[in-house]
Ligand binder design. Structure first.
Ligand code: ATP
Length: 458
């Protein structure tokens, strides 16, 4: 896939109502997006599928919904206040501003600039990299730019009331470790999963909804006994990739990258990313991060809060701070991967192409569309619609020719079109058309619900 293909997908998503540019009637707000009627359904389906897989179906895990604004000490303990920043450098000539590490990686993708100190970054840029905008080589020094959004609590905007919008949901889980362990009586190993908004004042947002400043994370912190962590790390890596395969993402578009010990964040013992072949880039890009965070976070919170965050193993009577495996993925980034992966312009014959999104039925905005062949059949069609709407999100359309209606549904990824025709009254049957094969089968109205239930299973 190419950059042009990506532009087509972005345009398609906008035109169909998956994603709208943010604050559009006020001239927009750069890199902010709103999710339209189809987008919100798709996002909800992604979250539902993840929750089902990581909480409901997984005997180890429970869920949590912690606050966005936490006691600011949380972010001191986690290291975010001191280190969650990007190195910025400005071109003195044209005033363009760059993330120094990205500027170097764009200049030479074989260099791992994120491992370099600010001095090294600055030196390399001054020596080698011309400004991509104006071609000059005259830069300012590097300044660190804090990525957390600041806000203030209460009416007085002084230092004391300063707080942050969370840049990740993980810390809300760590600070509730004791609460969850106590109230659920869960024994280690167990995981706590959470879905929620995170905010990062990204310097280089872009590529549609790939990197945005306000996004949702689906994170899980899995607490396990030190020594068993490597095994659980492998377990969750497999669990995550299997989830992506089950969603129907093409295997060729996914791969793992395991980071070398020298490339790891200070808190991690091991980290791997699941990368996806996003069409805007020549390289595969991060979709899902899986890290072995050791006992770093709980230890830090223990020392900053003076609360005992150790766990007493009732079988061995040992007390320890658990190790943590964290798989973390963005809802919008996964949505983008699914949009890219499922978009297809299928040649039917020399004169005819159809746009079709091969989304998994559990993810598609509508599971089915109810289409009466004629407006005279709308009474019966509405009855079927009402019956299905109790359990599924279904579309209803009685305008235009049936062929046009099929194409509309293909374009938004509706897996099944249910057509009510004049025989329906006599045989109590409808025709179900499969989006991908375009094959049609006749089934009894009483069987539609179980048919769809079976299809949306992951
Ligand atoms: P990057 O290095 O690309 O900035 P990261 O490694 O800091 O990302 P994590 O902190 O590991 O990202 O976040 C976990 C997941 O959250 C990512 O794999 C991605 O799916 C999602 N994510 C992170 N930042 C953003 C963002 N700005 N917009 C959308 N999704 C994001």
């Amino acid at each position: 896939m190419s950059k042009e293909q990506f532009d087509k997908i972005v345009n398609h998503a906008k035109v169909q109502g998956f994603v709208y540019p943010g604050s559009e009637i006020y001239g927009g707000l750069a890199n902010s997006w709103d999710f339209g009627p189809l987008g919100v359904e798709m996002k909800n389906n992604i979250k539902k599928a993840w929750w089902k897989r990581f909480v409901s179906e997984c005997k180890y895990n429970v869920g949590l919904d912690s606050s966005i604004i936490l006691n600011p000490k949380v972010w001191e303990a986690s290291g975010h206040v001191a280190t969650f920043s990007d190195p910025l450098i400005d071109c003195k000539y044209c005033k363009s501003r760059y993330r120094a590490d990205k500027l170097i990686e764009e200049y030479d993708s074989s260099i791992k600039a994120s491992q370099m100190s600010n001095e090294e970054l600055e030196h390399f840029i001054q020596e080698n990299v011309v400004c991509p905008k104006c071609g000059h080589k005259d830069y300012t020094t590097i300044r660190n730019f804090q990525l957390m959004f600041k806000t203030s609590i209460g009416v007085v905007e002084d230092q004391k009331s300063q707080a942050y919008l969370r840049p990740e949901t993980a810390q809300g889980i760590f600070i509730n470790f004791k609460n969850v362990a106590r109230t659920t009586r869960k024994k280690i190993p167990f995981g706590v999963a959470q879905i929620g908004k995170a905010f990062r004042n990204e310097i280089t947002p872009g590529n549609f909804i790939f990197r945005i400043r306000e996004f949702e994370q689906m994170e899980m912190e899995f607490f396990c006994k030190p020594g068993s962590d490597s095994q659980w790390y492998d377990f969750w890596k497999n669990y995550c990739i299997q989830f992506l395969y089950d969603l129907g993402i093409k295997k060729d578009n996914l791969k793992f990258v395991e980071y070398a010990p020298t490339e790891l964040a200070h808190y991690a013992k091991a980290t791997s990313d699941i990368l996806y072949n996003f069409p805007f880039s020549d390289e595969f890009e991060e979709l899902w991060g899986i890290a072995n965070r050791t006992d770093y976070d709980l230890s830090k919170h223990q020392s900053f809060s003076n609360e005992n965050l150790t766990y007493l193993d009732s079988e061995t009577n040992e007390r320890y701070i658990p190790y943590v495996i964290e798989p973390s993925v963005g809802v919008e980034r996964l949505m983008l991967a699914l949009l890219c992966d499922s978009y297809d312009e299928e040649v039917i014959n020399e004169k005819d192409t159809r746009v079709v999104m091969h989304l998994h039925p559990s993810i598609a905005p509508y599971v089915a569309a109810v289409l009466p062949l004629s407006k005279n059949l709308s009474g019966q069609a509405n009855e079927i619609y009402d019956m299905l709407a109790k359990e599924f999100h279904v579309d209803y359309d009685e305008t235009a020719s049936i062929g046009k209606r099929y194409r509309r549904e293909d374009a938004i990824g509706t897996p099944y079109c249910i057509t009510i025709d004049f025989d329906t009254i006599n045989d109590h049957c409808v025709t179900i058309r499969d989006r991908d094969t375009m094959k049609q089968e006749r089934i009894n109205i009483d069987d539609i619900v179980s048919f769809l239930r079976e299809k949306i299973k992951l």
